[in-house]
Design a protein around this ligand. Structure first.
Ligand SMILES: O=C(O)CCC(=O)C(=O)O
Ligand SMILES: [Fe+2]
Length: 539
């Protein structure tokens, strides 16, 4: 899957959410009063938060509770109350008290702006402000603020205590105050909680047949090269042959590698710390373990013919042409571990490489789109003019809540669930979003199959500012790759360079003819899935 930059881009996109989501403007969509429960939606989310009256806060009437749960599940709503009792903004219209009136000048700020302001405060300032009134208390308790403070602190020695705030402030659960902020009404506070708790299962069910990612037992190299190198697919056999399949689990890794530090976004935590986080967190975008040094750290051997090997790349992908770079190649393989609801927001893998992603425990939902100059990015994804930056200003949950329906109906959309013992192929240049449906352990590897060599060469040549993962002392990755290919695979290089020239001529011609054809362009887009690579856009 990805390199240094892949990881950075991925995690940054998944990551810090307030900046990104706070631009959501909130309108009251529907408000029914006079005894009928209040019904409120965040307009951009197209979701209905449960009326306070329907949220299950008491366990005293189990029968009713069950009925409510069924109703709530049908509505795709959440069943747990906000830990502080905060409610969506619309509920303020029927409330008899509203703590915002006690917040003085802070009440004049829109909630989004207030949150931005709080992001600038230090620990003691947040703690002091939280004591002013329930409204400010609820804002200052926002765990994302404490996550940022924790990350900034670069703390090494700590015990995970169930929330970023408690961990950062070293609070025992007995020291955590449970303040009721039930007269606080804010979508900025409630929305992340909703996204962290609403069921995502409905989005991965009932995949339309035309969108389904092909599931195959295995492929030969010839089949892969001739038909599949630009298509996503799931193979159900190869991973089941790996010695580690069925042996690796969270418990076994904890037992054997608990003290070893693995990279999770911007931090290196001992595995045992990460697992205690994983087992007891409520983040909307959980911290994701994504480590490219796992083979060395865990002392693994890799390769089908290697004595004592733990795993090997599926045979059908053939030789990885980046191997010609030897130790100069960019990072290529990652151990991925994360809790249910963790995953990767939309991105493309680095340097136009392809990838495989093998699930060892758990399962992953994949949402994928091809890319190309005639193809718009997936719904809800914004590309910079030169396509170098991908912005998907949403957590995975927020994306699914907002865009899944339209994404599913968009031409080119592919979806599938990759289960334990299966491996998914990510063709170079394809956008993908991935959601862990359960706690999951996976391995992923990026590679350059011969069918996509021309795409990788062109990316290295024409998008040098986007090339990632090479060591700093390699100033000309394109030149180096060409040179090494010339030594080891002169025929393949020659063929790829000829295709590059043809592509350049074709692009120039298209640019010229397009200029005369603006009206047609504005009416939409077309693209084909003709199997062969010749018609494809080179990224
Ligand atoms: O497992 C995941 O979260 C997705 C990783 C990914 O993007 C990849 O393997 O290309
Ligand atoms: Fe990826």
């Amino acid at each position: 899957m990805a390199s240094g930059v892949r990881t950075n881009t991925r995690r940054a996109a998944v990551g810090r959410r307030f900046h990104e989501s706070s631009s959501i403007s909130v309108h009251l969509r529907e408000l029914v009063i006079l005894g009928i429960p209040v019904f409120v939606a965040y307009s951009h989310l197209r979701i209905t938060t449960m009326p306070a009256a329907m949220v299950n806060t008491s366990s005293s009437r189990p029968r009713k509770k069950l009925k409510r749960q069924a109703a709530a599940a049908a509505a795709g709503a959440i069943l747990v109350p906000h830990p502080l009792g905060v409610k969506p903004a619309g509920n303020a219209y029927t409330a008899s008290t509203n703590s915002k009136t006690k917040a003085g000048s802070f009440a004049k700020l829109p909630d989004e702006l207030l949150m931005h302001f709080l992001e600038c405060l230090k620990t003691q300032e947040l703690r002091s402000l939280s004591q002013c009134c329930k409204f400010l208390c609820a804002f200052c308790y926002t765990d994302e603020l404490w996550r940022a403070l924790f990350m900034e602190s670069r703390r090494k020695d700590f015990i995970w205590r169930g929330s970023w705030r408690s961990t950062f402030l070293c609070l025992e659960s007995s020291q955590t105050s449970h303040i009721s902020c039930d007269n606080v009404f804010s979508d900025v506070l409630h929305r992340p909680f909703f996204c962290a708790h609403t069921s995502l299962k409905p989005y991965v069910a009932n995949i339309p047949r035309s969108n389904s990612i092909a599931r195959l037992g295995n492929l030969t190299q010839e089949e892969y090269f001739s038909k599949w190198s630009n298509q996503p697919f799931i193979l159900t056999s190869p991973v089941k042959e790996w010695p580690i399949y069925g042996k690796w689990s969270t418990e076994s890794l904890l037992r054997d590698y608990g003290q070893i530090a693995f990279r999770a976004e911007s931090v290196d935590w001992p595995l045992q710390t990460y697992v205690s986080y994983m087992n007891d967190q409520h983040d909307e975008s959980p911290l994701y373990l994504f480590d490219c040094g796992f083979v060395e750290k865990m002392g693994l051997k890799v390769g089908r013919d290697v004595q004592g090997a733990s795993y090997w790349p599926p045979d059908c992908f053939g030789e990885d042409l980046f191997n010609v770079l030897g130790p100069d190649r960019p990072d290529r393989r990652w151990l991925i571990m994360g809790p249910e609801r963790s995953g990767s927001t939309f991105h493309k893998d680095p340097n136009a490489t392809s990838a495989w992603n093998a699930v060892l425990t758990g399962s992953k939902y994949w949402l994928m789109f091809p890319s190309g100059s005639n193809i718009p990015p997936p719904p809800g994804v914004i590309l910079s003019d030169d396509a170098s930056e991908i912005t998907s200003p949403l957590s995975i949950a927020e994306y699914l809540l907002n865009f899944h329906e339209v994404a599913r109906a968009t031409p080119g959309c592919k979806e599938g669930v990759c289960r334990a013992g299966e491996v998914l192929h990510v063709p170079s240049g394809w956008f993908h979003l991935v959601l862990n449906l359960e706690d999951s352990i996976a391995l992923t590897q990026n590679f350059v199959p011969r069918q996509r060599l021309v795409h990788v060469l062109r990316f290295l040549r024409d998008c040098s500012d986007q090339v990632s993962g090479f060591k700093d002392d390699i100033v000309d990755p394109y030149g180096l790759f060409r040179e090494r290919l010339r030594e080891k695979h002169p025929g393949l290089l020659q063929e790829a360079l000829e295709k590059l020239v043809q592509h350049r001529v074709r692009t120039r011609w298209e640019a010229l003819t397009k200029a005369n054809d603006e009206s047609q362009e504005s009416t939409g887009f077309t693209f084909g899935f003709g199997g062969g690579d010749d018609n494809e856009d080179v990224p």
